[in-house]
Design a protein around this ligand. Structure first.
Ligand code: PLP
Length: 403
């Protein structure tokens, strides 16, 4: 097992919500009291046996956890190293997002809130939140850009079937960034009766801390399963990074195991120029967005740049503050994978193992395949954050000749 010689690596935010230089709470004064209330309630609940038992039962019987750890034999034979997949794609609603959506809804219930407000880009977080709201009998307002609503009809329909209100955002670029802006505005009006359920380990303190707590189940399970299956820890672990929730969920359990190499994979999109990618840690500079400080994609004038990735779930100009910290202290290596390589990995996993991955997760798969070729003696654990059903129509059009 891990030596735990460097306990300080896996830090929690300080009182002001900072992980080293990153994070914090850049908020409207009106919300500060409310955020303190949420922070206090969460810190008590996370130590509360009943709360955690309730969550564990939901994870087990509603989500289908523990998600399996699968040895990908065909890929391993072809690429050299042993490749293991943590199957978050098998969860109810098809990805890791249900882990924090249920936690946030349970928190809302305990705080006596009647409504959940959330933003969504591709609709994955919206569907997970609408699902949790339905289960707990909460009202649910999902803010979504007009362009995304047109692009993601099946997810919009699912949210409506689940009983959520989908609110069309028509300002600015009419996409994820504007959806967050509008959802925050609504929250400012309604915070007495509503809670904001954010979609990743981003936003003002305490959101990154809360989402991280609920996602950490991934790494706890994976570490135990890996030890049972192989008798050792992996040499390397890999996850894709949008805001960073599935990645931090996996990484946390291994941060103090100093011999485990950790890789976060960002989307390089079409290239390294501004507007062509969503690789905030690789190509961003320190800046503030949506109430927290992080590595942020910016143009030459310091304005927030447009983020782009073929995977809508990775398409955010900022990134979780703990990732910025882990990059700075050198514990996690962050690297990029292009649209093209992600699509290739999408088909490789589908054809070699019979598992169709989400385009987001395909970035992690692509990187793992590179690592495997360079390190044929290694055992590599990859987080398969979601399934690819949502991407089928898109990919068929994108790669007309590939099938
Ligand atoms: C939303 C999403 C992501 C990106 O979000 P993180 O917070 O970075 O995990 C990755 N994979 C899938 C399948 C998603 O739906």
């Amino acid at each position: 097992m891990g030596l735990n010689t460097q306990q300080t690596i896996n830090i929690q935010p300080n009182q002001n919500g900072f992980y080293g230089d990153y994070g914090g709470q850049f908020l409207d004064e009106n919300l500060k009291n409310e955020f303190q209330k949420i922070t206090n309630a969460f810190l008590i609940l996370k130590e509360d046996k009943k709360f955690n038992e309730e969550l564990d039962l939901l994870y087990k019987h509603y989500v289908g956890r523990p998600s399996s750890l699968y040895y990908a034999q065909n890929l391993s034979t072809k690429y050299g190293a042993e490749i293991y997949l943590k199957r978050e794609d098998l969860n109810h609603t098809g990805a890791h997002k249900i882990n924090h959506a249920l936690g946030e809804a349970l928190l809302a219930k305990k705080l006596g809130k009647k409504k959940i407000i959330a933003e969504t880009g591709a609709g994955q977080h919206g569907v997970a939140t609408a699902t949790a709201a339905a289960l707990f009998g909460l009202d649910c307002d999902i803010y979504m850009g007009e362009i995304d609503i047109q692009k993601e009809k099946p997810n919009v329909d699912k949210m409506k079937i689940l009983g959520a209100n989908v609110i069309c955002v028509k300002s600015g670029g009419r996409a994820l960034k504007e959806a967050v802006d509008e959802a925050f505005k609504a929250y400012l009006r309604e915070y007495n009766s509503a809670i904001y359920a954010i979609g990743s380990v981003v936003g003002p303190h305490p959101f990154p801390m809360i989402v991280e707590y609920f996602q950490s189940i991934i790494g706890r399970e994976a570490k135990k399963q890996f030890l049972e299956l192989t008798g050792s820890l992996p040499n390397s672990i890999v996850a894709c990074v949008g805001g960073g929730s599935n990645a931090i969920g996996l990484f946390n359990a291994f941060l103090d195991d100093e011999f485990v190499k950790i890789y976060g994979v960002e989307p390089l999109g079409k290239g390294a120029s501004i507007g062509e990618n969503a690789a905030s840690l690789t190509h961003g500079k320190d800046g503030i967005i949506h109430g927290f400080k992080c590595k942020l994609l910016q143009d030459r004038n310091g304005n927030v740049a447009n983020a782009y990735s073929i995977a809508s779930g990775l398409d955010y100009p900022g990134v979780g503050p703990k990732h910025c910290y882990l990059q700075k202290i050198g514990r996690v290596s962050y690297d990029t994978i292009s649209d093209k390589d992600a699509v290739q990995a999408f088909f490789e996993l589908s054809k070699m193992e019979g598992i169709i991955p989400a385009l987001e997760s395909s970035h992690a798969i692509a990187y793992a395949l590179k690592l495997a070729q360079q390190n044929p003696e290694e055992k590599i654990l990859v987080n398969l954050s979601g399934r690819g059903d949502k991407d089928i129509d898109f990919i068929i059009n994108y790669e007309k000749n590939a099938i």
